[in-house]
Design a protein around this ligand. Sequence first.
Ligand code: GLN
Length: 203
Amino acid sequence: MVTSALRIGVLALQGDVREHAAILTSLGAETVSVRRPEQLDGLDGLVIPGGESSVIDKLSRIFGLRDPLRVAIGDGLPVYGTCAGLILLADEIEGAIDGQLTFGGLDVTVARNAFGGQVESFETELTVDGIDGEVAATFIRAPLITRVGPQARAIATLPDGGVVAVEQGNLLGTSFHPEMNGESRFHARLLDTARRRRGAAAA
Ligand code: GLN
């Protein structure tokens, strides 16, 4: 039985940390801003926010977080990445800057800034597998998932078929920012995964 609140980290190297923490708190989770490797200890889940993926990548190496994070992902830590966070979870990226790395874990290829030009930012309503009703989604210099490998599963597409959300085991990634529309159901999904993992560990 789960007695204490789930402890969910928000990677706080750069990007929109506060919005994610607010949603997680509203769902009853305890949140931790993660800037140092030891702050990964004892987490039930992690959110990697949007921002600039190349900057988050660089800072994660400077702060010594890259390797422990990769180990945690490999160990099955539930992680939800939005936008730059999705890019960081992808095994492969298109449009990377020189030397840009990802943490990896999701068997997908993601194209950075795929909606460039006139429509760098837009809002739309989407249907998402496993979520009832429409989801309001804000795209900001967003990536597009251009390949979904056999391990991963597309859970949302744009009307033109472009994949914008994927799930793979304990990993969840969206091209868009649900937190900007007060949409909490992706975070709730992360918490469900975290709860299941805790239950399995206790059994
Ligand atoms: N374009 C950004 C990147 O490549 C992502 C934008 C975002 O997170 N809103 O990292």
